[in-house]
Design a protein around this ligand. Structure first.
Ligand SMILES: Nc1ncnc2c1ncn2[C@@H]1O[C@H](COP(=O)(O)OP(=O)(O)O)[C@@H](O)[C@H]1O
Ligand SMILES: [Mg+2]
Length: 259
């Protein structure tokens, strides 16, 4: 069992975000409004909502990539005001995050090199995560020689080898073919179960949310999106798609998005 850990807890209170300039008093167009959320250390939390509702915006606020308009975002005791090594982000498109002039292994080892981990140790770690994501044998290839799914797996191996306390994942498997996607979903759950990482995983796919999440936060359609409901998923991993309880939850969650 994982011990609850304070420094990978996330607390969000009365969080508002507008990209617009204020035109007159109180006249702000909020992307997300009055978001409150507490994620415990070691939790696998899914943010589920329709396209354009503000999921990436919320994740970017937790990552410290964009600044809030008002409210609070805390990781552990600390107010988030910039990106930090405690929070790693995995994006949908790996292309923008891999270095095209580095091989698979060099990409995966990049953060370890920055932390001045000795070469032998780096190699141990990169071997572990390269094989975990199923890329053993491809260590010497360059990103241009890889499919989209392989690039995504390099990105995941690189993030995991840095061993961040918090993993922020923004539709990371959205561009993968269905089979690779299922493998990655299973692997991610396994990795998460083996560590005390807190995961916040963004998706617009109900099935994916139910395969992965311990809790699922439902975001309303924007503008002024908020987390309207939180579902506990009382199903054991690996989740069984044929379980009637899975279907019941699926339908219950689907009803939020029926209009
Ligand atoms: N940098 C930005 N400047 C202005 N508007 C933005 C910016 N980023 C996102 N938005 C707007 O915020 C809303 C939510 O976007 P986003 O967080 O990407 O949603 P999601 O990830 O749920 O699809 C959209 O209307 C989008 O156009
Ligand atoms: Mg998005």
């Amino acid at each position: 069992m994982r011990a609850a850990s304070r420094q990978n807890e996330i607390h969000i209170e009365q969080l508002n975000k507008s990209y617009a300039q204020q035109t007159s008093a109180g006249d702000l167009h909020y992307i997300i409004q009055d978001v409150n959320l507490a994620v415990k250390g070691g939790e696998f939390f899914v943010l589920l909502g329709p396209s354009g509702c503000g999921k990436s915006t919320l994740l970017s606020l937790i990552a410290g990539f964009v600044s809030k308009t008002s409210g609070q975002v805390r990781v552990g005791e600390k107010e988030v005001d910039r990106p930090g090594q405690d929070r790693a982000v995995v994006f949908q498109q790996a292309d923008s995050s891999l270095f095209p002039w580095l091989t698979v292994r060099e990409n995966v080892e990049f953060g370890l090199r920055m932390k001045r981990i000795p070469a032998a140790k780096r190699k141990d770690i990169s071997n572990q995560f390269i094989s975990l994501v199923g890329l053993a044998g491809h260590e010497s290839k360059y990103p241009r020689e890889l499919s989209g799914g392989m690039k995504q797996r390099v990105q995941l191996a690189r993030v995991l080898s840095n061993d961040p306390a918090i993993l922020l994942m923004d539709e990371p498997f959205g561009a993968l073919d269905a089979m690779t996607r299922r493998t990655m979903q299973r692997e991610l759950v396994r990795i998460w179960q083996d560590t005390d990482k807190t995961v916040i995983f963004v998706t617009h796919d109900i099935q994916e949310a139910l395969l992965l999440g311990g809790r699922i936060g439902i975001m309303s359609a924007g503008p002024s999106s908020k987390i309207t409901d939180i579902y506990e998923v009382p199903l054991a991993y690996p989740r069984d798609l044929t379980d009637p309880a899975f279907h019941a939850l699926y339908n219950q969650i689907q009803s939020h998005f029926d209009e």
